[in-house]
Design a protein around this ligand. Structure first.
Ligand code: AMP
Length: 287
């Protein structure tokens, strides 16, 4: 199915048609922005980067069932295709790839792409299917769309590390671009999942960015012990009732190994559940 829109965004749900459109871009550079939709300012920042860098920008929207486990929020993941199309209309995007899951995973689909080590930490522990699903869909999107550039947000730091490893290990000719994390005015990391927060949990969720800011301040004042910093972060998050901490990681930003002390460039990454909604946040600090 191909739908021509006023602003010349072509919406394609067929893999074959997507391949044809990509091929028709010939010697123009293609930038891909993979998303799960319910577009927000974070996604738009990736798109802006791609439009500035590439001749053609293709956005994909696909809520990838492979990366969710049965106890996760696949069924309640927010969708709003018409809202997404409105946001894309004046963005400079040339085509939207919007396949359904039967097209991406037809009966008999057997392949899983797995990146070792960096996937066994942080989000990989409580979400065992996440990175297999991400690696598999990204390889598929790269093969279908054949971009020279692809844009990912540092909001999902570990996902970026996995994709960088994957493309390097498999000699993929795709340049991976990192885009900084975008926040709401009050500090909350922007996420499609924020729309699933109750008004009370939306307020409580500010404890994530507040705890990161507090840790940054402590590090500036000379605190280096990860254990001590973790204790402070935990206290701030736990002071909000009903929060469930998945992890507080203070680690190397490249290999994601935990650090005893904050020395050199360090990633502080958090995952916390607010009711059914699991949010992540992170920042880089220099010890
Ligand atoms: P998602 O739709 O949540 O799978 O995200 C699609 C892409 O947008 C991923 O590369 C994310 O890292 C990126 N992204 C999501 N939220 C933000 C944000 N707040 N700031 C920057 N990038 C983001």
């Amino acid at each position: 199915m191909t739908v021509e829109l006023k602003q010349k965004i072509v919406v394609l749900s067929s893999i074959e048609e997507m391949k044809k459109v990509s091929a028709s871009f010939c010697d123009q550079t293609i930038g891909l922005v993979p998303t799960m939709g319910y577009l927000h300012k974070g996604h738009m920042s990736l798109i802006k980067n791609s439009v500035q860098t590439c001749d053609q920008t293709i956005v994909s929207i696909f809520v990838n069932p492979k990366q969710f486990s049965s106890n996760e929020d696949f069924d309640i993941y927010p969708h709003d295709l018409s809202g997404d199309l409105e946001k894309l209309e004046s963005s400079g995007v040339g085509a939207l790839f919007y396949p359904d899951k039967e097209a991406i995973y037809p009966e008999g689909f057997k392949t899983n792409i797995e990146v070792a080590t960096i996937t066994n930490k942080l989000c990989g522990i409580s979400r065992p299917n996440l990175f297999k699903g991400v690696a598999t869909i990204i390889i598929k999107l790269f093969n279908i769309i054949r971009p020279q550039h692809a844009f990912f947000g540092e909001k999902d730091w570990q996902q970026l590390a996995v994709i960088e490893t994957l493309t390097k290990d498999l000699n993929m000719d795709v340049q991976i671009h990192r885009v900084p994390l975008m926040r709401e005015a009050d500090g909350l990391a922007i996420s499609s999942r924020n729309s699933n927060l109750s008004p009370k949990d939306r307020v409580k969720a500010l404890c994530l960015s507040k705890s990161l800011d507090f840790a940054k301040q402590k590090i500036k004042q000379g605190m280096v012990s990860s254990a001590e910093l973790r204790r402070h972060i935990k206290n701030i998050i736990s002071s909000e009732s009903g929060t469930q901490i998945d992890y507080i990681s203070i680690c190397d930003p490249e290999n994601l190994e935990e650090k005893k002390d904050v020395k050199g460039r360090t990633l502080i990454a958090l995952a916390v559940k607010f009711g059914p909604t699991r949010l992540i946040d992170n920042c880089i600090v220099e010890g």
